[in-house]
Ligand binder design. Sequence first.
Ligand SMILES: [Zn+2]
Length: 319
Amino acid sequence: MRFSPVIIVCCAMLLTVGCTKKEAPSSTRLQVVTTLFPLYDFARTIAGGTADVTMLLPSGVEPHTFEPKPEDMIRISRAGLFVYTSRYMEPWADKIVSGINSRTLRVVNAGEKVTYRAAVSSDDHDDHNHHTGHKEHGDQKGMDPHIWLDFANAAQMVDAILAGFTASDPGNSALYRQNAEALKARLAALDDRYRKNLTSCATRKLLHGGHYTFGYLAHRYNFEYHALSGISSDAEPSAERMVGLVREIKSSGSRYLFAEELLSPRLTETLAHEAGVGVLMLHGAHNLSRDDQSRNVSFFDLMERNLEQLRKGLQCRAE
Ligand SMILES: [Zn+2]
């Protein structure tokens, strides 16, 4: 039996790949556990295939009420690097980490250097405009955890994750640094595209039939943000808030109400119907659906989708 040269070359390549894998078993590679999707996506980009990056949240799981199970704690304790967003997003993280007895685990609070904003809906401003202090200072419980939706914050998160990578695996630090720089350049370009595309819009009111997710985005691109409920997606909207949002839609002249990915769209659809407008989806990127995960959707894919929806919903034209 004779083999063609092509088959021989292919077999040799397969053997080489097999050998390379044997030379670098996964146990010697940096093991990284991340909580939410943006952290996972940034970490796997920085890793560039050199480290093993996983996400703690199963696809489709609600992130605000997520509590790690014992097996999740074991996963974290066996990792070299654990990356979470902040104590506002994962209030359980500090406690879990302090309970883990590991000399090798390094913990990254990705939002440590970010300047947090309070979750103050524009409706709150209207209701309490006599009160100038608001909740921006002091009330830490009301801090908005959705920091990744301001791409300058996202770049700071990339820096924090990079610092964790280079400290845990200094041998590959040049590669990690290079990947992080490229990632930050993409975030800066995305920010630029958002700014150019969202400057000239028919309305500056971002009306959202979901939980308070887009406060940072609204602040960065100068929109007035009205969300139906609070900073957690399990927060129940009040009847008063629903009536208020319908009134706001009608008076704003908006043609669309934005819906979110974490809740059933039924309530948003009902409110939009009541106000006589359409519904458009905006993705908060906390987590991926099973569908998006199977299609290997990236943070940038979600943000490009959002930009298209924002342009349509707010009737914007590029500068
Ligand atoms: Zn959220």
